[in-house]
Design a protein around this ligand. Structure first.
Ligand SMILES: [Zn+2]
Length: 451
């Protein structure tokens, strides 16, 4: 490209952006107060969304990728979306990993016998049939493990770092086994990734490195991790016995479920909103991410029932396999990359009082979306901030540079109290908060679809 062409190319781009910006700015000047009020009134008087969340969790149970439960729940979602009168309701095929837990247990053997609640981590291998019985070495960081490498050989390594947030804690869940195996440990345990303990273990995904021998990897409770640590500190040399039957089977057929309202003026431009349909196998995934799925799906249902005719197509997508592979998000990106996506929205932060609409796009678009605040604050004290995110939407959003939006909630920290544990059940979701989240999502997505 020569200099002249280069300059005119950029002038054209700047002209297009300015024109687009003017058109968008002009649009949001319209007063949406009455339509927003009708969205809020209808959302807050609804009970179907919560009933469906309870029904899905109680009837189909945990929805781990590869399980029959998950596919039954997905077919139910598809049927219900058809009943809601969405257009183009489809189940798009996705092959997902199929890890099965099997029987498992963990026991303290020395200085006394006691059962310790545990959950094998997703992707872990089994122990030998006779289990693994060995002394425990407790560490708080990989640096400490390196320093004490000569003590770890033939032992079970327990990572017991105090909670500094999910991102910090999750490193030991994801990579703890390979690091422990590298210094000769024969199994590894983590203190569950949660800020609080109610003696419930939390599972989640882990990975192995091909170059290092694989060892079983499991989570124990905060309480038991601290007990083992105290025993170790006093020189009482705790011994633990671990038994796991976990195995990975061949990938299994599953589905992304989606339905939409076609746009009236620009139907070929798509606004996606969704959550992930799969969960871990310990609870019934009411918060993670049953609530996110139900909320995004019912935000679309709300717009439909109010007879709102969006300019662009709005599509609810229940992505499969976020927890251990993101195969749903990747398959969606692959199958739909030739469509024009205007926005991708995801909700996977726990259903609590809506707090922020996070948004990632250019500064000029950010300025416009800031203008949504006055409408969002009709629901609750919601701010628009930088930083939209979503694991399932990111494969396509990154590929195509699509603006990303997400909903953050006020008690987001509490999400990790339940997340991936047997306590993630519908009673942890407040019906009023679910409806408020639905209202906030419907408003943000609708206004953006009108730009
Ligand atoms: Zn999730």
């Amino acid at each position: 490209m020569n200099t002249f062409k280069y300059t005119s190319f950029f002038l054209t781009i700047i002209f297009m952006i300015t024109q687009n910006y003017k058109a968008i700015s002009a649009d949001i000047q319209k007063d949406y107060t009455s339509i927003v009020q009708s969205i809020i009134d209808k959302a807050l008087s609804d009970s179907i969304a919560y009933q469906r969340l309870e029904y899905m969790c109680d009837t189909y149970g945990p929805r781990l990728s590869g399980s029959e439960n998950l596919n039954k729940a997905l077919m139910w979602i598809k049927d219900e979306m058809n009943k809601d009168g969405f257009e183009n309701v489809i189940a798009e095929e996705v092959y997902v990993p199929h890890w099965v837990r099997g029987n498992e247990w963990c026991k303290l053997v020395e200085p006394r016998e006691a059962n310790m609640p545990m959950l094998g981590l997703g992707g872990s291998i089994a122990t030998p049939k006779e289990g693994i019985t060995a002394p425990v070495i407790v560490v708080h960081s990989y640096e400490e493990l390196e320093k004490r490498a000569n003590e770890a050989k033939g032992k079970i390594v327990l990572y017991s770092k105090p909670w500094l947030g999910y991102g910090d804690a999750v490193q030991f869940r994801t990579h703890g086994a390979e690091k422990a195996a590298a210094v000769g440990a024969i199994a590894s345990l983590i203190r569950s990734c949660s800020p609080v303990g109610m003696r419930n273990p939390h599972t989640g995904m882990m990975v192995y490195s091909d170059a290092i021998p694989k060892i079983p990897h499991a989570a124990i409770t905060l309480e038991d991790a601290l007990m083992l640590e105290r025993l170790g500190d006093r020189g009482q040399n705790p011994i633990v016995s671990l038994y796991m039957e976990a195995k990975t089977l061949p990938d299994t057929l599953s589905y992304n479920i989606m339905g939409e309202i076609r746009g009236t003026e620009m139907p070929e431009e798509i606004v996606v909103l969704g959550g992930h349909s799969d969960s871990w196998d310990a609870g019934t995934g009411a918060q993670d991410d049953g609530g996110g799925c139900i909320a995004t799906w019912h935000a679309l249902k709300l717009l439909k029932e109010l007879g709102i005719k969006p300019k662009r197509t709005i599509r609810a997508v229940m992505f499969v396999n976020e927890e251990n592979g993101v195969k749903g998000g990747k398959a969606y990106a692959d199958k739909h990359k030739n469509e024009k996506h205007h926005l991708m929205f995801e909700f996977d932060s726990g259903v609590f009082a809506p707090d922020v609409i996070g948004f990632s796009a250019s500064d000029s678009l950010m300025e416009i979306v800031k203008g949504f605040e006055k409408y969002l604050q009709m629901v609750d004290t919601i701010k628009v901030t930088k930083g939209g995110w979503g694991v399932d939407i990111s494969p396509l959003a990154r590929l195509d540079n699509i603006p990303v939006m997400s909903l953050g909630t006020k008690d987001e920290g509490k999400y990790f109290w339940y997340h991936h544990s047997p306590t993630d059940t519908p009673d942890k979701v407040d019906p009023v908060m679910l409806n408020k989240c639905i209202a906030a999502i419907a408003i943000a997505v609708y206004l953006y679809s009108e730009l």
